[in-house]
Design a protein around this ligand. Sequence first.
Ligand code: ZN
Length: 472
Amino acid sequence: MRSFFTRPRAATLLVLSATALAGAQTRITPPANNYTPAQDVELGRKAAADARQQLPIMRDDAVSSYIDEIGTRLARAIPEDLRHAEFHYTFEPVNVREINAFALPGGPMFVNRGMLEAAHTEGEVAGVMAHEMSHVALRHGTAQAAKATKYEIGQVAGAVLGSIIGGGWGQVISQGTQFGLGAAFLRFSREYEKQADLEGAQIMARAGYDPRDMANMFRTIEKQGGAGGPQWLSDHPNPGNRVEYITQEAQALRVTNPVGDSRGFQQIQAHLRQLPKAPTTEEATRNAGRRTDTPTGTSGRTTRTPSGRVETPASSYRTYDEGNLFRVSVPDNWRELQGGTSNVTFAPENAYGQANGQNVFTHGVEFGVGRNETHDLQTATNELLDSLAQGNPNLSRPTRFDRVNVGDRRGLRTVLSNQSEATGKPETIQVVTTQLRDGNIFYAIAVAPRDEFTTYRSVFDRIAGSLQFSDR
Ligand SMILES: [Zn+2]
């Protein structure tokens, strides 16, 4: 089983302070935030350093200066009340094919070559960049972290120390899914999305771009599908009626100093066409051989493939107290592995490690929290299994769900089959889910080789039966 990596986002309820009235632009109020702008800068700086290690940054003056020009024009159009003296907006092109871009707290922005290639106009490029920039200016990344449960805040603190981000991100990139860093900074609630759309539209208009180009780019992204589109959409979910409200906002805005001439855009696209085709993110990170490790457990780091004899689970159990969210009992001889920013795995010696650059485990249980906006356990569980399947292509689809009690809460259980990444042999996966008070989903993913599952099932049941929640 590839270690799962979710990107929890705190459930946030944010009401836009006003709706767009005809002739008046929407007033956007940044959400409450416990971090200081200086902390935004510090977090973003560390994350950007990781990004530069993980991703193939394009060293191409033409491309760099082109996006820098657009970015600088947009940054100058950020309204006074959203400017932070500490912030520094920078723009770097990434040589990968997916239509994507992301910006980190404090200002570092990364724009995929695929985005430049897919756009039809410079305004569309500016649209995505203005949207990303608005997340930064409104400080959504840290606001989201500030609203996170205590459990998640602890993980953000871990990220501040630089101990977790690198591993998780590399792992997720190599899985060809979204950036794991999104745990705190990249994946946004629909409320924040709407804010970024509207603020981005206003910035565009002041910078001389037609805000409707942002809506056009979102349409392009949605149409694209495949490997490119959903990646961006997954971090920036459509709040609904996206095109409509952007268009409505655009009607309330006057485009000052229109950019007009887009010769630069055509030149850049022609230039890109002459370069060798951009790799996918997955290919780029694989070819670069820049895998990062690792589950860091109490024993430190490991990079070896799980192999060797796996001890049977001890009959004595010890209690693991996560602190804020849950307690669980696990066999004494299982080790604690902090795998990502949102999960913890318990596995016996020789049952965890890396295979094909991925964190994997062959026996054990992983607990974690995933964001859920649906407030419906079945839907949330289906979404969780979809994400799990992304990282584990051989995972079977669920055929049935059993209703179970998990820590005195309603839960679901399903049993799936998979092919072990480490051994190539069949394995059985038991997934148990329940909901936390804040609506997020809590999961336990138990893994054992298929021919040992009968033995392990009672262990998994005992572990699941010991779960206690302390969230309120
Ligand atoms: Zn967004």
